[in-house]
Design a protein around this ligand. Structure first.
Ligand code: PMP
Length: 296
């Protein structure tokens, strides 16, 4: 699914076939989860492939690497250039791009200067699908910001996400919604969360969540659409009475949510502010600005 016999990836300065490439089994990242990565999308536009918010994603990759004491050997500009080459070499326009920075052999709990950079891409539909999601409040909390850098995209942080999604699926839900260490709703396992109530949108403030690039795009679009958004702490109980809700993320884009803990929201997805934002988002990523207010 992610690669075939012809797929090319960028690995430490070379373009190599995915099927012929390998990583060291003594990698510190493999043993301890000390690697950093990104999830980026490119979209087909009238002017060719557009790597959406490429600069923001690679700046976050640099931030994540710095927090994990990893020296990233490529600048933001170089990484953007390599990403366009990656798409061209694989004949991709609508694609999901996965840069991964992983470490070489090291069994110590200290940084290593053996740093590897891999870029790959594949065609990937909307991560959480297109239907109204049924969420459950997870029994797992998001990591405490005093135990790690929650705004860094670190491979090891995703064990928490895997536990939460797996629990939700095993209980018959589509996805989990996680609380922070104080019992307020933080975010999903791989996406930020918004809800609508009385014509206003609410989302958790930065601090205990990943600072989503899609979240910021939605805040920008909401401003352009004259939608009020309040960043505040809230509980599952507040959300049970919501009119609507949605997730935002690069892979998920804007994904409509139908219920939390089997409490259905008041409005049909098509009648929510989230739906309008979802259309505005898809027009923005495809550079159809003049159609911002039209349906896709
Ligand atoms: N929260 C978490 C935990 C995530 O993994 C992601 C996906 N990167 C997001 C939020 C959304 O971030 P972005 O919009 O930058 O993709």
């Amino acid at each position: 699914m992610y690669y075939n016999n012809d797929t090319l990836i960028f690995l430490d300065g070379n373009w190599v076939k995915a099927k012929d490439s390998s990583a060291d089994l003594y990698s510190q990242t493999l043993h301890y989860g000390a690697g950093v990565f990104e999830g980026i999308r490119s979209y087909k536009t009238e002017n060719g492939a557009n790597v959406f918010k490429a600069k923001e994603h690679y700046e976050r990759l640099h931030y994540s690497a710095e927090k994990m004491h990893i020296k990233l050997p490529y600048s933001v500009e170089e990484l953007i250039r390599l990403t366009y080459q990656l798409l061209e070499k694989n004949g991709l326009e609508d694609a999901y791009i996965r840069p991964l920075v992983y470490l070489g052999e090291n069994m110590q709990l200290q940084p290593t200067n053996k740093v590897h950079v891999m870029l790959c891409a594949w065609e990937w539909g909307r991560y959480l699908g297109n239907t109204g999601l049924r969420l459950m409040t997870s029994s797992f909390q998001r990591p405490n910001p005093k135990s790690c850098f929650v705004e860094a995209k670190v491979t090891g942080h995703y064990t928490n996400s895997i536990l939460a999604t797996t629990e939700a699926k095993q209980k018959g839900f589509d996805e989990a919604l996680l609380l922070d260490m104080n019992g307020y709703i933080a975010e999903g396992p791989g996406a930020n969360f918004f809800y609508e109530k009385g014509g206003k949108l609410f989302t958790a403030p930065l601090g205990n969540i990943l600072a989503g690039i899609t979240r910021q795009t939605i805040l920008d679009l909401a401003k352009e659409l004259d939608f009020t958004v309040e960043e505040k702490y809230f509980t599952p109980k507040d959300v049970y009475e919501a009119d609507g809700a949605f997730f935002t993320g690069t892979a998920a884009e804007v994904a409509g949510i139908e219920s939390l803990d089997n409490k259905r929201f008041n409005l049909k997805w098509e009648d929510t502010m989230g739906y309008t934002l979802s259309n505005a988002y898809m027009n923005r990523v495809r550079e159809k600005e003049y159609k911002l207010f039209e349906l896709v």
